[in-house]
Design a protein around this ligand. Structure first.
Ligand SMILES: [Zn+2]
Ligand SMILES: [Zn+2]
Length: 186
C-alpha cells in the first residue's frame, strides 16, 4: 500500500502504529484516520487510541480547516461536536466514510462518552436534539446557580406535576399572581 497523505499536514504521510489496529496516524500533527467500521468497533470497545499526552499539540490549528480525504476522494464533511464550552469538528469522507480525528479529538469524545454516537454527528436531526438538550441543561445550570439547587428541584417537581394537567394554565397564573408584587431579594 502506498503511504496515504495526511489531510492536514503538507508532505506528511499517515503511518500504521505497531498496535495492530487499522488506525493510521500522522506523527506531525497527531491526527488519526479510521475506516468507519473500524472506528465503530473501537468506539464500542471504548478503546482510547490517542492518549492525550503522546504528541505535540497542534490540534487547534488542524481543527480550524477541513482536510481532504487521504484516499483522494476530495474534501471531507465537517460535523460540529459540542463539548462544554470548547466545540470542535470531526471530518468524514462522504465517499469512503472514513473519519479523521485531529489530535485529542478521540480522547475528548471518549471522556465525554460520545464515542457511541460517532455516526450521529453527521445526522442533522440528532444534532438538533442534542443542541436542544445541551441548551436546556445550560439554562438549568444557570438557574441553579442563581436560585440554588433545592428551589430548582421544587420547580421541576411542580412542572412535572402540571405537565398535561387540565388546570395547568390556572396553576401558572396562580404562581404568577403569588410571586407578583413581592420584592424579591437581589
Ligand atoms: Zn498531520
Ligand atoms: Zn474517502
Amino acid at each position: 500500500m502506498t503511504a496515504l497523505p495526511c489531510p492536514k499536514c503538507e508532505g506528511a504521510t499517515l503511518r500504521e502504529p505497531s498496535s495492530g489496529t487499522q488506525v493510521l496516524r500522522c506523527y506531525e500533527c497527531g491526527g488519526m484516520w479510521l475506516a468507519a467500521d473500524e472506528a465503530k468497533a473501537l468506539a464500542l470497545d471504548g478503546t482510547i487510541i490517542d492518549p492525550a499526552s503522546m504528541l505535540p499539540t497542534k490540534a487547534k490549528a488542524s481543527d480550524a480547516r477541513t482536510g481532504f480525504c487521504p484516499k483522494g476522494h476530495g474534501l471531507m464533511i465537517r460535523a460540529r461536536v459540542e463539548i462544554e464550552e470548547d466545540p470542535f469538528y470531526l471530518e468524514q469522507c462522504p465517499h469512503c466514510v472514513g473519519i479523521w480525528f485531529d489530535h485529542g479529538e478521540w480522547h475528548r469524545l471518549a471522556s465525554s462518552r460520545l464515542l457511541e454516537h460517532l455516526s450521529d454527528f453527521w445526522n442533522p436531526a440528532w444534532q438538533r436534539r442534542r443542541r436542544a438538550e445541551l441548551s436546556e441543561a445550560r439554562h438549568k445550570r444557570k438557574l441553579a446557580d442563581a436560585l440554588g439547587e433545592a428551589l430548582v428541584q421544587s420547580l421541576d417537581e411542580v412542572a412535572e406535576k402540571i405537565t398535561g394537567h387540565p388546570l395547568r394554565n390556572e396553576v401558572l397564573a396562580y404562581l404568577s399572581g403569588k410571586s407578583e408584587g413581592r420584592p424579591r431579594p437581589k
